[in-house]
Design a protein around this ligand. Structure first.
Ligand code: GDD
Ligand code: MG
Length: 319
């Protein structure tokens, strides 16, 4: 069975990090986002097709160097074709029921259960669904029992037809391809509303779900993974206090207070008198002396100078 991962978006909401790294390769607890998806695939998936465009060379390079235990095929779009166009562009690889993923989703979804739900219900596709208080930033479905009867992409706040959103993980039949026109096509805006009569079902699940597309949600995804048992501490902790659940991988922490929900990757460091909470320090990121860093994403080599307080910032090396 094949799994298609849509991995060609520009990740604009995570700039400046995505100026140097494509979103699917940004690390969550030290592992690229896309690998969290690949790790969760059921055993019957033997081939992963990645629809790539933005920074495809980095993705190619990553999969050349890292074995993920499955055949990986990258298919490039010279110009991004949108989520629908990207699926059409890989059609030569899709000859049977397939999984399809937005490449920025972290969740507790049971994919084997999603697949058996799809097979039980039949129809052209099954969308995983997640309940949120404000659905306006997502695709929203109208459901009649398990059947999707309406779809709105990013409705105006207050106009959503329900609080159930498209969680960005699907099972499709290859017949979907007959309904995607050539060119730049949005799966959500141009295709879903037109194929509801072909049998589209909604699969609700519990646990956790995060679209890691914004700095705030990236940190939320990290918190979920930590709360669900992925913490680590092998940092060099010299006179530092570590609070709560964190992922501290060979970071240098000296005379500081770190945690909860901090990820500090190899070569990152925090100096005397500083406090770091709910943040990411990628490889080689440094926090100087007497700093406060809260809710921040520090890219590889990014630096917070002595005495600075930063909150809710995304910092890259070149800033
Ligand atoms: N190959 C390719 N080409 N991939 C693309 C393109 C493209 O032109 N455009 C977007 N993608 C990929 C992105 O890399 C991402 O993995 C996925 O498609 C979804 O794009 P986002 O830009 O993250 O969309 P979104 O978060 O605003 O909305 C989507 O996800 C929500 C759930 O997280 C929609 O599917 C919503 O309906 C859904 O609720
Ligand atoms: Mg997204």
């Amino acid at each position: 069975m094949k799994a298609l991962i849509l991995a060609g978006g520009m990740g604009t909401r995570l700039r400046p990090l995505t100026f140097s790294t494509p979103k699917p390769l940004l690390p969550l607890l030290g592992r690229p986002m896309v690998m969290h998806i690949i790790d969760s695939l059921p055993g019957e998936v033997d081939t992963v097709v990645l629809a790539v465009s933005y920074m495809k060379d980095q993705l190619e390079d990553f999969f050349r160097k890292n074995d993920c235990g499955r055949r990986v095929v990258l298919v490039n779009e010279d110009e991004p074709l949108g989520t629908g166009g990207a699926i059409r562009n890989v059609r030569q690889h899709l000859d049977d029921t397939f999984f399809c993923f937005n490449g920025d989703i972290i969740s507790s979804l049971d994919l084997s259960d999603l697949l058996s739900f799809h097979k039980r219900h039949g129809g052209i596709g099954t969308l995983s669904l997640w309940q949120v208080p404000d659905p306006s930033a997502f695709g929203v479905v109208g459901l009649d029992r398990d059947r999707i009867i309406d779809f709105q992409e990013k409705p105006v706040p207050g106009r959503a037809i329900s609080d159930l959103i498209n969680a960005g993980v699907y099972v499709f039949q290859p017949e979907l391809l007959d309904h995607i026109p050539p060119g730049v096509v949005s799966l959500e805006r141009q295709v879903f509303p037109k194929i509801l009569d072909k049998g589209m079902h909604g699969y609700r699940f519990q646990g956790y779900w995060v679209d890691c597309g914004t700095p705030e949600s990236y940190l939320r995804a990290q918190s979920e993974l930590l709360e669900h048992g992925r913490s680590l501490n092998n940092a060099f902790v010299q006179g530092s206090k570590v609070i709560g659940l964190n992922y501290l991988d060979r970071a240098n922490l000296k005379g500081c207070v770190v945690g909860p929900h901090v990820c500090a990757l190899p070569g990152s460091s925090v100096a005397d008198g500083s406090v770091v909470e709910r943040s990411v320090l990628m490889e080689g990121a440094t926090v100087g002396k007497d700093c406060t860093v809260k809710d921040c994403l520090l890219g590889p080599g990014a630096k917070v100078d002595d005495g600075k307080s930063v909150q809710g910032k995304v910092l890259a090396y070149f800033q």
